[in-house]
Design a protein around this ligand. Structure first.
Ligand code: FES
Ligand SMILES: [Fe+2]
Length: 440
């Protein structure tokens, strides 16, 4: 499928030493680039609320250098970093009751960008009250500051997904490395590619590196090594990515939903052996995490996550880093990285910007191809002047998502092939439940 270099010659390294080019449309994120414009149509997390203290914070996002601050009055501002007077960086500015003052000549800007005061100019000067520093709207949720960097007239509502609107959930930051922001030296797309690529879970996260996922009792989920049946379906919010595995008398339907274009919702993993409620042959596991992959620039991407769990649950499982979470982070020794690689190593190994033209996609990469098509179609929608997928301008309530994980007790079919189709049916039924819950 699609590979430019299908080498069939042994010892043929010389034939492929010249590499094809990167996909400019999907990987570049700066202003006025195709993917950059698409990503600018959505609210993106840009930093932790707790990092807004008494000093301004330089922020880089989608290749733009900005500065964030919280006024003494409590309002969050996100401004173009270089002062519109003569370009001094506002990271050296002073936060005021209602804005930020540049260190160089004290021009004073409001969080919406308005120049409130320019003390170097006469009182009736042309600028104050008229000139604006570039500014972006912000919104805080669950300890994260989100920003919208797109055209003002296209601003969507904040994506309050149904899982984020639950009254019975506690919400918190989900970075397993304490509250440090995790930045990977890779392009955003190869980090997103990870989601519709469920096949890597069995290989990378279990067979290769030892089981990297733990259940809620802290037991390594060795069942991850079972190769299941993969399926992908488009949902209104993105792409549902399922894998159904036969685990003895049970079928485990694992579900992740790519929330278009750059986040993923993950469900809490099951406990083995499953303990079914009386008279029931199924257990449902709701989502517990949404993670955004936010491009800082073409070759750096930040992970921001919100975790959620029931108020009466011990927080431990959700806040303690699992081996998979640790392997997502770069602060391990090189030997540790080599001995038990995780997503971080797999992705940085693809290079700063993975070159799609040298891939050889296979059967398990069908979801990846669906995601990339969705990206191209929606880049096109933006070019045409339409709203892309999963941009919501008005809503009567929370935005439905379509992820739930299931454990179902169902006897194995008589032969492996029939059992495989049973697994796929159960996988689809699990998705249907999400659609029914959303009233679709
Ligand atoms: S450069 Fe900012 S006030 Fe002069
Ligand atoms: Fe992974």
């Amino acid at each position: 499928m699609g590979a430019q270099h299908f080498l069939t010659e042994t010892y043929g390294g010389y034939r492929i030493a010249k590499q094809p080019a990167i996909d400019e449309d999907l990987t570049r994120v700066g202003p006025r680039t195709p993917a950059g414009e698409l990503l600018r149509r959505y609210w993106q997390p840009i930093l932790h609320s707790a990092d807004l203290k008494d000093l301004p914070v330089p922020v880089r996002i989608l290749g733009e250098d900005l500065v964030a601050f919280r006024t003494l009055g409590g309002e969050v501002g996100l401004l173009e970093r270089h002062c519109s007077h003569r370009g001094a960086s506002l990271e050296y500015g002073k936060i005021t009751e209602n804005g930020i003052r540049c260190c160089y000549h004290a021009w004073h800007f409001a969080p919406d960008g308005r120049l409130i005061e320019a003390p170097t100019e006469p009182a009736q000067n042309l600028y104050a009250g008229k000139l604006c520093q570039g500014a972006y709207p912000t919104r805080e949720f669950a300890g994260l500051v989100f920003a919208y960097l797109g055209p003002p007239e296209r601003k969507p509502i904040f994506p309050l997904y149904d899982s984020l609107a639950r009254k019975d959930f506690h919400f918190g930051l989900g970075e397993p490395d304490g509250n440090k922001i995790n930045i990977q030296p890779t392009n955003w797309l190869q980090m997103m590619d990870n989601t519709p690529d469920q096949a890597h879970e069995a290989f990378l996260h279990c067979m290769h590196s030892g089981p990297q996922f733990l259940d809620q009792n802290g037991r390594p989920i060795t069942e991850l090594a079972i190769i299941g049946e993969l399926d992908w379906w488009e949902t209104p919010a993105g792409l549902a990515c399922h894998e159904a595995r036969r685990v003895g008398p049970d079928v485990w339907v694992r579900s992740m939903e790519l929330l278009f274009p750059n986040s993923v919702q993950v469900c809490r993993p099951p406990v083995f052996p499953p303990i079914y409620p009386p008279e029931k042959n199924r257990i449902e596991y709701p989502p517990f995490l949404i993670r955004w992959k936010v491009p800082i620039d073409d070759t750096h991407t930040a992970n921001y996550s919100i975790i959620f769990y029931f108020h009466d649950e011990p927080a431990d499982y959700f806040t303690k880093p699992t081996p998979a979470a640790k392997a997502l982070y770069s602060n391990r020794t090189y030997e540790e990285m080599q001995r038990s690689p995780g997503d971080f190593e797999a992705q940085i190994g693809q290079g700063p910007i993975a070159i799609q033209a040298r891939e050889h996609l296979g059967r398990t990469d069908r979801g990846l191809a669906m995601m990339r098509k969705m990206l191209r179609d929606n880049i096109e929608a933006v070019r045409r002047g339409d709203d892309p997928k999963n941009v919501v301008r008005t809503a009567n309530g929370p935005i439905p998502t379509y992820s739930r994980e299931m454990m179902i007790r169902v006897p194995m079919a008589n032969d492996p092939e029939t059992d495989k189709s049973l697994l796929r049916q159960l996988s689809k039924q699990t998705l249907d439940l999400s659609f029914a819950a959303a009233g679709r």
